[in-house]
Design a protein around this ligand. Structure first.
Ligand code: GLN
Length: 198
């Protein structure tokens, strides 16, 4: 049994849960999901997902509850983390916004609302390194990745902007990978983390 945690202050928690369960069942793996709302839960998890939402609110929440340092320990122990949208903002080195205390888990800088306001949300099929088929990516007030450090692999770009990155054991996406019923990204991050070298 794989224990998967989803940081559950806000955002698409149940959709992440479903995507992880689908991916697990493709690998014949039973998944126990923990909705993380307090400290002490992350250390129980083999893999973690940090969903979208409002990065300023999630930042306050994880630091206040003592969850932030547990996420850092999880990654330092080499365990997979999927950080999406607001989650990516939190996982970044720098979000260029003093209201977000980033965890510095991927060496990237992000621009919080690079893809515009809520009404500018859109869906597009993205070519993602490691996936055979184009992936249906949903962008909702999405950040973009403006600077990429040396050890960071770019997994996808859209309109000339970097929108998915990997610095093992962390994968960050500017878009929501959980909203269309697809689960290939969760599969890639949690069950097949050995991408061939670039
Ligand atoms: N731009 C939002 C933020 O700064 C993130 C949007 C999202 O997670 N869908 O928190």
């Amino acid at each position: 049994t794989l224990t998967a945690g989803v940081i559950a202050l806000q955002g698409d928690v149940s959709e992440h849960v479903t995507a992880i369960e689908h991916a697990g069942s493709r690998h014949g793996e039973t998944v126990e999901v923990l909705e993380v709302r307090e400290s002490g839960q992350v250390p129980e998890c083999d893999v973690l997902s940090m969903p979208g939402g409002e990065s300023t609110a999630i930042s306050q929440f994880i630091h206040r509850e003592g969850i932030a340092s547990e996420i850092v320990d999880h990654v330092n122990a080499g365990k997979p983390l999927l950080a999406t949208c607001a989650g990516l903002i939190l996982a970044a080195q720098d979000a260029q916004d003093s209201r977000v205390e980033t965890l510095d888990l991927i060496e990237v800088s992000v621009d919080r609302n690079a893809f515009g306001r809520q009404k500018d949300s859109f869906e597009t099929n993205l070519q993602i390194r490691g996936l055979d088929e184009p992936f249906p990516a949903v962008f909702i007030r999405a950040p973009s990745i403006t600077e990429v450090g040396e050890g960071v692999e770019v997994l996808a770009e859209h309109d000339g902007r970097v929108v998915a990155v990997r610095e093992p054991p962390v994968v960050g996406t500017a878009f929501h990978p959980e909203l269309t019923g697809a689960s290939q990204i969760h599969d890639l991050v949690f069950f097949e983390s050995d991408l061939p070298p670039q």
